[in-house]
Design a binder for this molecule. Structure first.
Ligand code: 2NL
Length: 366
């Protein structure tokens, strides 16, 4: 008798399997538990007639109760499976999937990578450095006079003391001069900060790319050939360039480079103010004082350098009228230019970072 009650208890445990069963398993369970020929419960019911009336009553009652529970659980699961199948049958499998948006590189990032890749082919290494700098690296090492207006807090962002948000990436060139002997050929992209208005053509936060070459025997011919080659690569192979005399504290002589207007081709339009030319960068031969400040012999070594704004290059190339569009983070604008990030993960070599130095925010003791 207690054997039969134990068997009933074991069967009750199997109730738990029912809500998890799929359609096939449910049919198997139905046969295993309630099957007329050899279902587990049927076997117990078959044994009832040989029991004494009292026991028969107790075991029989328990067996019937379990039978009803099993039948109810199976019926509930059958209904559930049927409903699920109906829901799936009603789904429109031809409906287009929701578009996947994996993000993409900002247009300015793409242009920075492209510019650095062109100079990489010309032998220049990509280098980055800190955005918080000392006045020494940002100004004095670069031959800025002590009373230059850029040193005024009205013109630059001071973080306190002599620490300033860099106004150009030139400090990285100075750090490279200190860390490596010539020959040096580097391109330096990065964020820069100036107290400028935020209008169609200015932003207080902007990207710059500077280039820098120092070696024995470098002349203005190297500067012109390198930068003209760059212009023909970033615009088109037939793009004409011209150099106009200019002034920077850290170069002598200095020159601005113009390219034929990318909108009208040179005939004159509103975009080039009827000149047929567009200014794309400033450049010059590295001032001997800059080399001497970093302990290089300016009779032995010469160099050239240039600086340009990738936002401006992107605006000229794609006809973007307002620099603020790059900073508004409006996806409707940005996604028009978005390309996959995959080439970057694979292709673009990471920028070299200058060797770690305890002097990152210190001027050299001299
Ligand atoms: C511009 C002009 C320029 C440089 C940047 C440079 C850096 C060192 C030494 C000498 Cl360390 N020169 N950089 C030279 C000429 C022009 O930028 O209009 N940028 C937007």
């Amino acid at each position: 008798m207690s054997d039969l009650l134990a068997a009933l208890n074991a069967l009750r445990e199997r109730l738990k399997e029912i809500p998890q069963a799929d359609e096939r398993r449910l049919q198997e369970l139905k046969t295993e538990l309630l099957g007329r020929k050899s279902g587990a419960l049927t076997e117990i019911l078959k044994a009832l007639p040989s029991l004494d009336p009292d026991t028969r009553k107790r075991v029989g009652g328990a067996a019937n109760a379990l039978k009803h529970e099993l039948e109810a659980a199976i019926a509930a699961r059958e209904l559930e499976l049927k409903r699920g199948a109906t829901a799936l049958a009603d789904a429109d499998l031809t409906m287009p999937a929701r578009r996947q948006w994996r993000g993409g590189l900002h247009l300015v990032t793409q242009v920075v990578d492209e510019i650095c890749d062109i100079f990489k082919e010309l032998g220049f290494t990509r280098v980055v450095g800190p955005e918080a700098e000392t006045e020494y690296y940002n100004f004095y090492a670069l031959n800025f006079p002590k009373d230059h207006p850029a040193l005024d807090a009205q013109d630059s962002f001071y973080l306190g003391g002599d620490v300033v948000l860099r106004t150009h990436t030139s400090p990285v060139q100075i750090r490279t001069l200190e860390a490596y002997p010539p020959p040096i050929r580097i391109v330096v992209p990065g964020r820069c900060y100036r107290r400028d208005p935020f209008d169609a053509s200015h932003s207080p936060v902007f990207e710059q790319i500077e280039g820098f070459a120092v070696d024995e025997g470098i002349t203005f011919v190297d500067l012109k050939a390198t930068l003209a080659t760059f212009a023909r690569r970033i615009f088109s192979p037939t793009t004409k360039v011209r150099f106009r005399p200019s002034y920077f504290p850290f170069t002598e002589p200095s020159a601005e480079m113009d390219v034929q207007c990318q909108i009208c081709g040179g005939s004159g339009c509103a975009a080039c103010k009827q000149t047929g030319w567009m200014e794309i960068l400033g450049s010059g031969m590295v001032h001997p004082a800059v080399l001497e400040n970093s302990k290089l012999d300016s009779d032995k070594y010469t160099g050239f350098a240039w600086g340009m704004g990738p936002e401006r290059i992107a605006m000229l190339r794609y006809g973007i009228p307002d620099i603020r569009l790059f900073f508004d983070s409006d996806v409707r604008f940005l996604e028009q230019f978005a390309r996959s990030t995959e080439h970057r993960a694979e292709g673009a070599a990471p920028s070299s970072v200058l060797p770690p130095s305890s002097s990152v925010l210190r001027a050299p003791s001299q």
